[in-house]
Design a protein around this ligand. Structure first.
Ligand code: 5GP
Length: 191
């Protein structure tokens, strides 16, 4: 998505440890027009899949997920993150290791908002090692719901998440794919 790549080029900065900082439009300040276009793109890519709900993880997945839900006219559920959470029989839970924060969080989705014939579209801001999406997949598995795929705003293609998910047969659609952040320079995958 050209508009997204332009924003990344203009505002993205590279932090140590292959972390791309995009606080100017996605992770702190949010650009609603850009997010709307992101939502429209995911809605187009995943049209006619029989999706019933959008899932994401708080907090940076919420903006693109809500815009996707708006475009597809579907409810959006964001898994809540807790440092630790005692098991609760009203929730589905999974443990997710955060690449950027180097901590493990337990994510949870209330059973109240899951129906047996749900088909889920997962949306997230970044895909790096795939832990966040794996956590949502684990919850989908526990809940016995179908998964249509994952819509990712920025994929770091040089990290293993996207490849591993595709190998498992999960459809992954990423709007910007980064080949390298070497020498503090953002290089996109050439199609
Ligand atoms: P994964 O679970 O795929 O390793 O990483 C996904 C999560 O980590 C995303 O939800 C995002 O919050 C965070 N993340 C991973 N890599 C980056 C990065 O380069 N920049 C930012 N801002 N967040 C990242």
């Amino acid at each position: 998505m050209k508009e997204l790549e332009e924003k990344i080029k203009k505002y993205g900065t590279v932090l140590p440890g292959n972390v791309l900082k995009v606080d100017a439009f996605l992770n702190h300040q949010v650009d609603p027009q850009l997010m709307l276009h992101v939502g429209q793109e995911f809605a187009k890519l995943f049209a006619n899949e029989g999706i019933t709900k959008i899932w994401t993880v708080e907090s940076s997945g919420i903006a693109p997920a809500v815009m996707t839900g708006l475009e597809m006219n579907l409810p959006v559920i964001f898994a809540r993150k807790h440092k630790s959470l005692t098991l609760n029989q009203n929730m589905y839970t999974a443990d997710v290791y955060s690449y950027t924060k180097k901590t493990t969080n337990r994510i949870s989705i209330s059973k109240k908002y899951v129906e047996p014939n749900d088909k889920i579209l997962m949306i997230d801001d970044f895909l790096a090692n795939g832990q966040a999406v794996e956590g949502l997949l684990e919850i989908a598995d526990q809940a016995g719901v179908q998964v249509a795929g994952a819509g990712i705003v920025i994929e770091k293609s040089f990290q293993p998440g996207a490849g591993e998910l595709k190998e498992r047969g999960i459809r992954v659609e990423s709007l910007a794919r980064i080949q390298s952040l070497r020498d503090n320079k953002v290089e996109f995958v050439k199609d």
